[in-house]
Design a protein around this ligand. Structure first.
Ligand SMILES: [Zn+2]
Ligand SMILES: [Zn+2]
Length: 361
């Protein structure tokens, strides 16, 4: 780069003011910036040259030295100049977009809905799922250009990504119609992905659902989402677990609830009844004198807790079913019971009678 005319490099005259030099530099640097011309060696060389020229001409002392001797000792090279002197300027140019341009576009996060039965949620599941997703094109490695080619700087906007239109006093900037604001035009789009950088694919993934998973929980499979473009990272895949309603059980955390119809004699006399648990049945003892709607528990027969050994309980609400038809023999027996129990009062009815008496004086 020695011997290159710095004024020529920046496209300004030898008498250009500091403002003119800065303005010209900004324009050129933006156009030639590596973020806008990935892989373009020529643009990179020009960008270095422009940086070097600006490092000298923007400094009054160095500029004077250069004007006198045609060279400057200790001229900052591309590396140091870019990192220090120009960082702030580029921050202004590209703002938050700069990082995105440098690292390419990250693939999107995807969600896969997985339906499980309550029994499967209890045991945990290891299964394969088929996930349709866009993957980084293997032919162009996500660049979107045929191997060996690169997008070229857009000649309509000269890489700026926008065109300015003057209307009277107003200058309006619009996204460049040719490159859609990209600043570059892909003249040799990849034949495999038609320049998209990605292709649709269906991928089989192994998924392990832990026992005790709850409805609505998500598992994240890092990097299994949409493929990145231009060197961007892949997104993540979220497996959303949906647990189907169970015929008998409602779930509350690790506890399972079931309503069990029982008869008056079972509650009054006590009984042992067969009740469902997940994957089988158990015997539930009912103590004599149990009230309707009471909830009895079988400890440890509920759902496993996520990442714990302890299980919840199976809970049974006892629903009293009153017979709607009675045989002659049943009616006789029941009438005999009613006659025998006429003056009996349990704690509920005693308390009720007490309060009613108070109210009536
Ligand atoms: Zn491709
Ligand atoms: Zn353009």
């Amino acid at each position: 780069m020695a011997g290159r005319d710095y004024y020529e490099t920046l496209g300004v005259s030898r008498t250009a003011s500091e403002t003119e030099i800065k303005k010209s530099f900004r324009q050129l640097a933006m156009q030639l910036h590596p973020d806008r011309n990935p892989g373009d060696k020529k643009a990179e060389e020009s960008f270095k040259a422009v940086n070097e020229a600006y490092a000298v001409l923007s400094d009054p002392d160095k500029r004077a030295q250069y004007d006198r001797f045609g060279t400057v000792g200790g001229t900052p090279g591309f590396e140091s100049g870019f990192g220090t002197l120009f960082e702030d300027i580029f921050e202004n140019f590209f703002g938050g977009e700069r990082g995105r341009r440098t690292r390419g576009r990250r693939g999107e996060d995807l969600q896969y809905e997985m339906k499980l039965t309550l029994e499967e949620a209890a045991t945990g599941v290891e299964t394969k799922i088929q996930v349709p997703r866009p993957e980084t094109c293997s032919h162009c490695e996500g660049s979107g250009s045929e191997p060996g080619t690169h997008p070229e700087t857009c000649d309509t906007c000269r890489g700026r990504g926008e065109v300015r239109m003057s209307q009277g006093f107003l200058t309006v900037a619009r996204p460049c119609p040719k490159c859609h604001g990209e600043g570059r035009v892909n003249k040799h789009p990849c034949k495999a992905c038609r320049g998209e950088g990605r292709q649709r694919a269906e991928r089989t993934l192994q998924v392990k659902i832990p026992s005790g998973i709850e409805d609505g929980m998500q598992l994240r499979l890092t990097g299994e989402g949409g493929g990145g473009v231009q060197g961007g990272a892949a997104g993540d895949l979220y497996v959303l677990v949906r647990i189907a309603e169970h015929e008998l059980f409602a779930r509350d955390g690790a506890d399972l609830y079931c309503e069990i119809p029982v008869t008056f004699p079972q509650l009054a006399l006590g009984a042992e009844i067969e009740v469902p648990v997940l994957n089988g049945t158990e015997t539930l003892p009912i103590a004599p004198g149990t009230q309707p709607n009471e909830v009895l528990r079988l400890r440890g027969h509920g759902m496993p807790r996520l990442r714990e050994r302890r299980r919840g309980d199976a809970c049974y609400r006892l629903i009293l079913e009153v017979p709607q038809k009675l045989s002659a023999r049943q009616r006789e027996a029941l009438e005999a019971y009613a006659a025998a129990a006429q003056s009996d009062h349990g704690p509920l009815s005693l308390s009720f009678l007490e309060r009613m008496k108070k109210l009536l004086g």
